[in-house]
Design a protein. Structure first.
Ligand code: HMG
Ligand code: MG
Length: 298
């Protein structure tokens, strides 16, 4: 009883690039997004409207939105931590936004400089403005399977934050294993716990591969009825507030898993690999996708 089709949320241009120290030109970011569109991704997180003092790499997000060739049927989204960010996103004609909370107090403080409860309060005016502008809002919960500062996280705590996000109007809640310490067993237990508060068809999985467990956790999530996953082309990324976190699971590797299971995504593997390899060459770094590395060395 695996899902027949899966929606991949491509977060490489945002979650991937936000962590890069070297300047990346707007043109290179635009090119990446356009190549991902051409590869068949249907949802692309293009950038974020956060404080440039906190995440300097995302400062040019409005220019990136102005430069991309928007294709019909593709959602181009951005992260917005507060009303100010939401207003900037609207200005940039962002079609959909995401708010982000954490399941751990320490991570909330380091990432957005406030408590979990304060962050949820901060989202209220944003949710109202989004409703008025007919913009859909996705919700993230970080550190769902472990926190770099607080260690173990109680699944009930994750469920409670997810419930709040859902209750305030997030149409989907993405559960982020920010530091990649989750395992398949813990993932299933987490989903069972959260699904008592938010229906599973409204949940997404956001796995990082720091401990090499991301694909196992995705498979465990599929068995739990989850059919939306966030991934990052070429495994780009990490998190500026989670030291040692490697990239999100590589989109190419997730696609390979899904193709092997006969699950439809509508994504073209060759074009996807080419997009990932090109941005890795721009960054001067090794490709983080095992599938891409294997295919490119053939
Ligand atoms: P603060 O310093 O507490 O807030 O930051 P503030 O309201 O006092 O503002 C400070 C300055 O930032 C002011 O400027 C504001 O105008 C400005 P100043 O007066 O000093 O010149 N400011 C903004 N500028 C642009 N856009 C905005 C904005 N808001 C305020 N939206 C704040 C609080 C939330 C703004 C800050 O902490 C922040 O931007 N944090 C973002 C952190 C971030 O982007 N982290 C990475 C994304 S989360 C993630 O990667 C995890 C995820 O992928 C899931 C997973 O992997 O598990 C989602
Ligand atoms: Mg992430």
């Amino acid at each position: 009883n695996l899902p027949k089709s899966v929606r991949l949320v491509e977060v490489g241009p945002r979650d991937g690039l936000q962590n890069e120290k070297q300047p990346i030109s707007v043109a290179d970011k635009v090119h990446l997004v356009d190549e991902l569109s051409a590869a068949g991704l249907r949802y692309i997180e293009v950038g974020s409207f956060v404080s440039p003092k906190w995440v300097p790499q995302m400062a040019g997000s409005a220019e990136v939105f102005a430069g991309i060739q928007r294709q019909p049927g593709i959602t181009y989204a951005a992260l917005t931590p507060n009303l100010k960010g939401f207003e900037a996103a609207l200005e940039a004609r962002v079609e959909e936004v995401a708010v982000f909370a954490a399941a751990s107090e320490a991570f909330s403080q380091k990432n957005i400089n406030c408590s979990i409860a304060e962050s949820l309060q901060r989202f209220v005016p944003l949710m109202e403005a989004a409703k008025a502008a007919s913009v859909r809002v996705r919700g993230y919960v970080s550190c769902v399977l472990g926190c770099p500062y607080d260690g173990e996280i109680d699944p009930e705590q994750v469920a409670s934050v997810a419930r709040e996000l859902h209750a305030m109007g997030c149409y989907e809640v993405s559960l982020g294993d920010t530091i990649g310490t989750g395992t398949a067993g813990k993932t299933r237990h987490l989903i069972e716990t959260v699904a008592r508060q938010v229906p599973r068809h409204l949940l997404a999985g956001h796995f990082h591969d720091t401990y090499g467990q991301a694909l196992a956790n995705i498979y465990a999530s599929l068995l739990e009825g989850i059919s939306v996953f966030d991934s990052s082309v070429a495994g780009l990324g990490g998190c500026p507030y989670a030291q040692g976190a490697t990239g999100n699971v590589a989109t190419e590797d997730v696609l390979y898993l899904l193709q092997g299971l006969g699950i439809d995504t509508g994504i073209d593997m060759d074009k996807l690999i080419a997009a990932g390899q090109r941005i890795c060459e721009v960054l001067g770094k090794a490709n983080g996708s095992r599938v891409a590395r294997a295919r490119l060395s053939r």
